[in-house]
Design a protein around this ligand. Structure first.
Ligand code: FAD
Ligand code: NAD
Length: 484
């Protein structure tokens, strides 16, 4: 029962304290706007910090250490089997999260952003009610509001023969998988996307026998097939099995086991596992926000419809990050947070980025930005392709990582860079150069004449550009000769 309701009046309320929300609040405060940040969780950082990007990357670092040590026997350095203390690994990961959360808290305090912990729901287009602990509530009246409430895992309730099984500790989602309670001997991963492959990599390195079941005919549906191939080859060695074009018909918890019924070509009809991770996508947190009390419009997938200024159909209300559509990535939320705050401050900002990098932090990493081959084919866009295999990169060979590729898609008339895809270790760091190139309208020559340090993996971008320019020159010379 709510016994008291206080009222607060602010210029800007930001609902959701993830990367989108806290960035928006900081930028707004910097621009002199009186801002309150409302989040259901006591510590700032949202899904990304507490149950997404950061914990998964901490665990993936541990996985990399294990896997690189194992592979170092290929160059004469042999370690014994790792002794894994799951409790220490978990508390190291929690420590990383706590440090970052404290840092964000300090930044918000320094910027004089007021923080309110509680669950917000819209009363109308000018106010939200924030329920704190079921005992008290605050009504926050605002001139503008930014919704940044993020997303949550998609559950598959229809899969479960017994509806109560969905809440069994043997059935994991990304949050419980990251909590790392133990290392199951046999882990089923439903979904071969970002989470399935990243968390599959973590658990396989810690000793689980990982089985991935993906309903489509390839892993990572959004990525070009030539980038996925080297990863799929590595994962076939690391995982127990990968079933493509396969559906999970049902899941049943029987005692301390999970029994899965599968449907696909050459797959067993039933299999038994110790735990199952469901990683089949995420849905936006827009359903319990009281948006029916506003003019905000929602699309068929539950995302808030916004324009290029990130304004919803209700002119006081903005939406950023996972609630505003795909791709559901933290850096998109961050950029959108800055844009929304600037628009509210009266600046002429727009969310018009051409290249949103996508990075899958597997071994090897897969990263891409701008146009992909798949998209070019679908849209009938003519592209030239520049490729450089990492087997010819000095740095890749010194790292004992010769399997990788850097690919540039360019406009064949102007050589303007349209898209870049990279597979190999640290692809996620390398893709930054491609993002800048695309945003600046760079042509192949820009990437070719800029000096890249030797020996580094960044040279693969330079080499890909140089090889395409050489090929274009030879082609033009041939055309000129045959025209004479
Ligand atoms: P979120 O981070 O989801 O934060 C939303 C906040 O709103 C939460 O704190 C929530 O408590 C709060 N909230 C919700 N409803 C209410 C309410 N009614 N009232 C008050 N508060 C509310 N992205 C990457 O770019 N790189 C990665 O490496 C990466 N790894 C990931 C790994 C995993 C396992 C997962 C699950 C996701 C990963 N993502 C990654 C995606 C990334 O986490 C999201 O894109 C990002 O968190 C979205 O940020 P956001 O600001 O939109 O919202
Ligand atoms: P996803 O969309 O990346 O992958 C889901 C996969 O599950 C797809 O391949 C899909 O075909 C498959 N699938 C769907 N239904 C299925 C079913 N019934 N049976 C078998 N397979 C099925 O989703 P995710 O892995 O859950 O991740 C959610 C989102 O979180 C990502 O799309 C991404 O936006 C974000 N994320 C990003 C990172 C990163 O940036 N490195 C890491 C993790 C998550």
């Amino acid at each position: 029962m709510v016994v008291g309701e206080m009222v607060e009046q602010v210029d800007l309320a930001v609902v959701g304290g993830g990367p989108g929300g806290y960035t928006a609040a900081l930028r707004a405060a910097e621009l002199g706007i009186k801002t309150i940040l409302i989040d259901a969780q006591p510590k700032p950082g949202g899904v990304c910090l507490h149950m997404g990007c950061i914990p998964s990357k901490a665990l993936l670092h541990a996985a990399e250490v294990i896997n690189v040590s194992r592979r170092s026997s290929e160059f004469g350095i042999k370690f014994g089997a790792p002794e894994i203390n799951v409790d220490e690994l978990r508390s190291w990961k929690e420590g990383v999260i706590d440090k970052l959360a404290s840092g964000i808290g300090a930044m918000l305090k320094g910027a004089k952003v007021e923080r309110l912990v509680g669950r917000a729901s819209f009363q109308d287009s000018k106010s939200v009610r924030v329920d704190r602990d079921g005992e008290s509530a605050v009504r926050v009246k605002f001139k503008h509001v930014i919704i940044a409430t993020g997303s949550r895992p998609t559950k598959l309730p229809k899969l479960f023969k017994n509806p109560a099984d969905i809440d069994s500790p043997l059935i994991l989602d990304s949050t419980s998988a990251l909590a790392l309670q133990d290392v199951p001997k046999r882990l089923l991963v439903v979904g071969g996307g970002y989470i399935g492959l990243e968390m599959g990599t973590v658990y396989a390195s810690l000793g689980s026998e990982v089985t991935v079941v993906e309903m489509l005919d390839g892993l990572l549906p959004g990525a070009d097939r030539d980038l996925v191939r080297p990863l799929a080859t590595r994962l076939e060695e690391e995982f127990k099995q990968i079933f493509l074009s396969t559906g999970v018909e049902s899941l049943e918890v029987k005692g301390n086991k999970v029994v899965a019924s599968l449907k696909g070509k050459d797959v067993p009809a039933t299999m038994e596992f110790d735990k199952a991770l469901i990683a089949v996508g995420r849905r936006p947190n827009t359903d319990e926000l009281g948006l029916e009390n506003t003019e905000v419009e929602i699309d068929q997938h539950g995302f808030i419809k916004v324009d290029e200024k990130l304004r919803s159909a209700d002119k006081r209300i903005f939406a950023i990050g996972d609630v505003s559509g795909q791709p559901m990535l933290a850096h998109r939320a961050i950029r959108q947070g800055i844009v929304a705050a600037e628009v509210i401050a009266g600046k002429s900002s727009e969310y018009d980025n051409r290249a949103v990098p996508a990075v899958v932090f597997t071994e090897p990493e897969v990263a891409w930005c701008g146009l992909t081959d798949t998209e070019a084919k679908e849209k009938g866009i003519k592209v030239g392709t520049a490729k450089f295999p990492w087997s010819a990169s000095g740095r890749a060979l010194t790292l004992n990582e010769p399997v990788g590729q850097t690919k540039i898609l360019f406009d064949p008339e102007t050589t303007r860079v349209l898209g870049v895809g990279i597979v190999g270790p640290r692809a996620g760091d390398l893709i930054a150069e491609a993002v800048v190139a695309i945003e600046m309208g760079a042509v192949l020559e820009d990437l070719a004449v800029a000096i890249h340090a030797h020996p580094t993996l960044s040279e693969t971008i330079n080499e890909a550009a140089l090889s395409a320019i050489g090929r274009l020159e030879r082609q033009r010379a041939k055309e000129a000769t045959s025209a004479v």
